[in-house]
Every structure is written in structure tokens, then in C-alpha cells.
Design a protein around this ligand. Structure first.
Ligand code: SF4
Length: 345
């Protein structure tokens, strides 16, 4: 079952017997998607549609599209006609975290489970859902342990290795592959690493971070130790309080109460606290913000991060990108100058 936004509770898919598969977009231009979506729309969203049209995705039973931003709403409109086939189910996600929002979201999740249930099975068995919640929590806990190593070690695994591992973790092709998650995480903690103590420790932020940016940052001598993005550390939700009673309420609290993404306009202060905690714990020396072209949420978020970094006295570099993989030339010079300022020779 395909999914896009990190506010999609994959536990429901697992409980229903689906293998959750994250659509992470593709590199390159999106000429075919651009015929169905307006041109000035999020390139990540365009690239997911392009991948579907070009049949680059595995066979999917359906896709759940969270209407988390304007671009996703457009995608939800065209996907049933030009997407990858199977069911298209949309999920509304509140933009704030309080008890009303939790209750509303829990009702949406209950509806989602009913819509995805196989014919004849109207109600998802709650025991199965709790078992899936536990299974996912074990995985996230293992990732969070790796995160603790990244914070403590002078030579932690680089951002590229971690992000590649997270991408593999989110895109298993079958349940057997999904069960191998522990191997992916263990390999990351054990693999030999070069000494990186003198590389500046960086926070990379944005709505979704392209692989090429992290690769380039590390090729130019920086070390990404925290990726604040919806394909990065925001996935590693910490368990919510009260893991009992209604599993839908639990899931609603878990996802809405996790690290807020730029779209959570009602949660700005929490987002600032999240950055502050990451800066202290990961001993951040500089911040790079990837501003996705046409993403309004990213623009507001960047302004808030700029204010935050000025107060903290942390250097901040903004790089604009279109998720196409063709930004290297534009980024390289500015990145090198920024890293030189942070002491990279
Ligand atoms: S990057 Fe921005 S516009 Fe694109 S899907 Fe995410 S929040 Fe929406």
C-alpha cells in the first residue's frame, strides 16, 4: 500500500496485511506529470506522479494520500485517473495538536481502516492493530538508539548512510523484506567509518530532503548529524502517552504529537523547541535549509528558522531546490563558501 506524507499511520496498513511502501519521488524532470498538474506545484509531488505514469513503482494495492498541503490536495484529485491504479484513499490531517484535533484525526483513521479493509471485513480487529503498533514502535525505538549514537559519537555514521537506510526501511517490497529492518539498522551501527571529528556538525532541514543535497554536503566536507525532514528524523516518533484504550486515539496522538513538520502552523513553538533540543543534543555548528520550490509551508518555516538561528548565533545557509537532481552547479559554490566559514579547508 503506497503512502506519501509522514502523518500517515502505517500501523493500520500492517494490521490489515498490507506492506507499507513510501513514495519517495524520483530524480529528473517530470514532463508527463506536468501535463496533469499545474507547473508551479511541489516538485516532489510531481515526481511521485511521474513515477506512477512511467510505471516505475512496484505493483500497489492502492495509495493513501494525506491532504497535508495544497500540492497533496491536487495530487489526490489526479491520482485516481493517472496514478498507479488500485484504491486511492484520502486522509485529512489537522494542522495543530490539541485534544479536539486528536479526536477528529482518530475518527479519520477509523474511517481509513474501514476503507482499506478487505471486502467482508468492515471493522479492523483492535488486537491486530495493537500488535502492529508494537511492531512499528520496536523499529522506531531501534532507530532512535542509532540516533543516540549519532549524538554521542565524534565519528557517527554520515547523513547519507542514515538517509539511505531510512529510505530502504520505508520501501520494502514484501513482508519478508520489512522484517529485515533490524539488519539494516545494525549494519549502520557496525560498519567501519572514517574519522570525522573535524568536520562541522550540521543540521539539515526542510520539508523533504533530496538525497543529492546530503551527498554533496558530505562530499564538500560537512557532516550531517540531524535531518529535520519528513523523510528523516521526523519519522522516528516517540511513543505517545496512554498506550491503551482506543488504538485510533493512540495513533492520532502519536502522529500529531510527534516532531511537527512545517505544515503544522498551530505548532510553531513546539517546532522551535524541537530545533533547540536537536542543536544542543547533536552539538550543531551550522544549519542548511533546503527550500523546496513552490512549497509555501517551507517558506514560512525558513523564516522561523532564520529567527531561531540568529538568536542562537548559528550560521544558516538556504539552498533552493526543485527535487530534480540537477541543482549541483547552483549549490556547490555556496556550500563550499559556507563550509569554509565553518572551518573546512
Ligand atoms: S514539500 Fe511542501 S508542498 Fe511538497 S508535499 Fe511536502 S509540504 Fe507539500
Amino acid at each position: 500500500m503506497g503512502w506519501l506524507c509522514h502523518y500517515t499511520p502505517v500501523e493500520i496498513f500492517t494490521a490489515l496485511g498490507y506492506t507499507p511502501y513510501r513514495l519517495l519521488g524520483r530524480e529528473g524532470n517530470n514532463p508527463r506529470a506536468a501535463t496533469y498538474l499545474v507547473g508551479n506545484l511541489c516538485p516532489y509531488v510531481q515526481s511521485c506522479l511521474e513515477a506512477a505514469i512511467k510505471q516505475e513503482l512496484p505493483l500497489l494495492a492502492g495509495v493513501v494520500i494525506a491532504r497535508s498541503c495544497n500540492a497533496m490536495i491536487h495530487l489526490a484529485n489526479v491520482w485516481p485517473h493517472y496514478g498507479a491504479g488500485g484504491k486511492t484513499v484520502v486522509l485529512d490531517v489537522p494542522r495543530r495538536f490539541d485534544e479536539d484535533a486528536v479526536f477528529y484525526f482518530s475518527q479519520n483513521l477509523r474511517r481509513l481502516a474501514a476503507e482499506l479493509a478487505p471486502p467482508g471485513e468492515r471493522q479492523l480487529n483492535e488486537e491486530r492493530l495493537w500488535a502492529a503498533i508494537t511492531w512499528w514502535e520496536e523499529q522506531r525505538a531501534a532507530w532512535r538508539e542509532l540516533l543516540a549514537c549519532r549524538a554521542a559519537w565524534e565519528d557517527p555514521p554520515g547523513g547519507k548512510e542514515i538517509m539511505d537506510g531510512l529510505a530502504r526501511w520505508q520501501t520494502p517490497l514484501n513482508p519478508q523484506e520489512a522484517d529485515k529492518w533490524e539488519t539494516v539498522i545494525t549494519r549502520l551501527t557496525r560498519q567501519p567509518r572514517v574519522k570525522t571529528a573535524r568536520r562541522p556538525r550540521l543540521l539539515l532541514a526542510g520539508s523533504i530532503l533530496p538525497r543529492e543535497l546530503i551527498t554533496m554536503v558530505e562530499e564538500c566536507g560537512g557532516l550531517s548529524v540531524f535531518e529535520d525532514s519528513c523523510n528523516g528524523m521526523r519519522l522516528l516518533l516517540a511513543p505517545a502517552a496512554r498506550a491503551e484504550g482506543d488504538p485510533y486515539l493512540y495513533l492520532a496522538r502519536l502522529y500529531l504529537g510527534g516532531p511537527p513538520c512545517p505544515r503544522m502552523v498551530g505548532d510553531r513553538e513546539k517546532r522551535r523547541q524541537y530545533w533547540a533540543a536537536a542543536v544542543d543534543r547533536f552539538r550543531i555548528q551550522g544549519i542548511i535549509y533546503h527550500a523546496m520550490k513552490f512549497c509555501d509551508a517551507a517558506m514560512y518555516d525558513y523564516i522561523a528558522l532564520k529567527v531561531f538561528s540568529e538568536k542562537k548565533g548559528l550560521p544558516l545557509l538556504r539552498l533552493d531546490g526543485d527535487f530534480s537532481g540537477g541543482n549541483r552547479g547552483q549549490w556547490q559554490t555556496r556550500l563550499e563558501a559556507f563550509l569554509e566559514m565553518l572551518g573546512v579547508e
